[in-house]
Design a protein around this ligand. Structure first.
Ligand SMILES: Cc1ncc(C[n+]2csc(CCOP(=O)(O)OP(=O)(O)O)c2C)c(N)n1
Length: 377
């Protein structure tokens, strides 16, 4: 199905606002609405997390009487469950909306371990949430989509939500959009410099997506192993809290947290908690490409935000920001001497290598190797 047709059919239902967090399964749809949002919808907001997107949909309905469309990867259902059950469900306010959910980890398909369980329970979870749904695949016809949207309308008339669960490959492959920002240093180069600078006893905890994949490869290439790295393969936005607690329990080790701007934005409250409960052996690094690069490069909803300024205002002891290799190398050697919690924002370009690998071990194996490495220190 063409993303254009899909979007227009949704807009033809009277939906004027679309909001969500991008996903690679939905890339053609996200690219299309990013490009044509004014033509098809009145309002498009890339939300910081999926729960926030449900909030926008609730506000839209209260203000206009029209349901909104909320798009997300199925992992985002986790963030959406609270406002769906405690506000939008008919036991509370009964707020109709259309969910467009990218189905990662669909049973019997090959996908990453972090998607396996959520993939298995996605349809059951929707049932449990009392949300009727239809599955959209590459073979779904326009007529079938129209029939699904009729079902959605029927659900809306009862003040209920309705979900379209989108299988991988459901949207026709079109030329994907090319996203850019004003930075030139590649994210992978910044990670290479950081890994090169790491000492043997340092710990590094990295965020969801390609940052972890690049870290894994660079550690293997430069250090010969990745045992000092914990890859937060799922749980987007929670890496800094994991890093902080490891730093708290391992006060003699320096812990480097590699965050992404999308992930940091997703649960930005962490910045305040971290700053107000500082651990002096942690360096919190935000690789800011102003985008959700790992799922297609779409800009975040707040590309102009200065995370360094926010960290400073929250109370981080030392805050710095760099955009090029020389500055990065200089600041890293300064930070080696620091004994207070630091925040470093690095402006990096959007993009990654096509042949970027994935961890060869299971998450369980990596957990065991990481814990063994921590224990020995
Ligand atoms: C709760 C949740 N929502 C959405 C996703 C899909 N997802 C994986 S990585 C990613 C983008 C991460 O962006 P950022 O932290 O800026 O890192 P970048 O990929 O740009 O380096 C998204 C949206 C997810 N894994 N979990």
């Amino acid at each position: 199905m063409k993303a254009e047709i899909f979007s227009k059919k949704i807009s033809d239902m009277g939906i004027r606002t679309v909001t969500g967090v991008p996903d690679s399964t939905l890339q053609q749809f996200c690219d299309y609405i990013g490009r044509e949002e004014e033509k098809v919808f009145d309002n498009h907001v890339v939300a910081e997390n999926e729960g926030a997107a449900i909030g926008i949909a609730i506000g839209e309905y209260l203000a206009t009487g029209c349901p909104a469309c909320v798009y997300m990867q199925n992992s985002g259902l986790g963030n959406a469950v609270n406002p769906l059950t405690s506000l939008a469900h008919t036991d509370v306010y009964g707020i109709p909306m259309l969910l467009v959910v990218g189905w990662r980890g669909e049973p019997e398909t090959k996908d990453e371990p972090q998607h396996k369980y959520m993939g298995k329970i996605t349809l059951g979870l929707l049932k449990l949430l009392d949300i009727s749904y239809a599955v959209v695949a590459s073979e779904t016809t326009e007529g079938e989509l129209e029939a699904f949207l009729q079902e959605a309308k029927a659900a809306f008339s009862e003040n209920k939500q309705y979900a379209l669960v989108i299988k991988r490959g459901a949207f026709d492959k079109e030329k994907t959009a090319v996203y850019r920002n004003s930075y030139s240093m590649k994210r992978e180069r910044a990670i290479e410099i950081i890994v090169d600078w790491l000492q043997q006893e340092d710990i590094v905890v990295s965020t969801t997506g390609k940052i972890s994949r690049e870290l894994y490869e660079q550690c293997n290439m430069i250090k010969g192993s990745h045992e000092q790295a914990f890859l937060t393969v799922g749980g987007m936005g929670h890496t800094n809290m994991i890093a902080c607690q490891i730093a708290c329990r391992k006060p003699k080790q320096r812990v480097i947290c590699l965050d992404g701007d999308g992930a940091l934005l997703m649960h930005m409250g962490s910045l305040a908690i971290l700053a107000q409960n500082p651990v002096d052996n942690m360096i919190h690094i935000c690789l800011n490409n102003e985008a959700h690069e790992s799922v297609g490069g779409m800009p975040t909803g707040a590309p102009g935000v200065s995370y360094a300024s926010i960290a400073q205002k929250c109370g981080y002891c030392k805050v710095c920001r760099v955009e090029d290799e020389t500055e990065l190398q200089k600041i890293l050697s300064e930070l080696r001497m620091e004994r207070q919690m630091a925040f470093l924002e690095i402006g990096v370009a959007v993009g990654s290598r096509d042949d970027l690998g994935r961890p060869g071990e299971t998450p369980e194996e990596n957990k065991m190797a990481f814990m063994k490495c921590l224990k020995e220190r």
